[in-house]
Design a protein around this ligand. Sequence first.
Ligand code: TMP
Length: 217
Amino acid sequence: MSRGGLFITLEGGEGVGKSTQLRMLVRRLEGAGWKVEATREPGATALGKRISDMVRSAAGGGPVDKAELLLYLADRAQHVARVIQPALAKGMAVVCDRFADSSEVYQGRARGLGAEQVRRLNQWVCGETWPDLTLVLDLDPQTGLQRALERQDSLGLGLDRLESEDLEFHRRVRKGFLDQAAAEPERVTLVNAGLPPDEVAAKIWAQVELVSEGRRP
Ligand code: TMP
């Protein structure tokens, strides 16, 4: 449990609709009287933006798996210390698009560095700053990648190094999140992201209300 405030993370594969749901959740939390810090990983701090560019770049063959993990952890260390922990200390609600579970699933499970090993490193990096609730938006990876492709097309962009991983990799990511939810059911909740956005938002809000019960904004 985080010490003060309310700490919620949104997780899932590519194109599951995290950004849309994050916006809707922020509005609902504000409506319930919370002051909200909406943030994301990677890239929420000045250092994090530079790390995010490094991790996305395919220059020189891109980072090897261990380097990629350490870059995400460095981004997280800075993010926790400079953004998340201070907001929680002020009693705010922090809503974060991806956090420690992304490293455990993408690097630990899908790239095979080991979920246990990544969890230990995450615990060292995050200390007490751990999510009260993690919502995993679950969607068939083929549908998710198609959505991600359409979004990038509409922005006139191509897929980056990570989005262009093969379908098999994205299947391992999905299974990784399902295993993550099964391993920690008291914190991690699965939400069917194939439903219409309003229905997904309603399911998310029901979970948030349960967790925030007894905590005053
Ligand atoms: P997004 O903008 O779709 O959230 O993409 C961020 C990418 O970074 C996504 O492919 C997942 C990846 N990622 C990791 O592999 N490990 C991590 O710890 C984090 C935070 C993100």
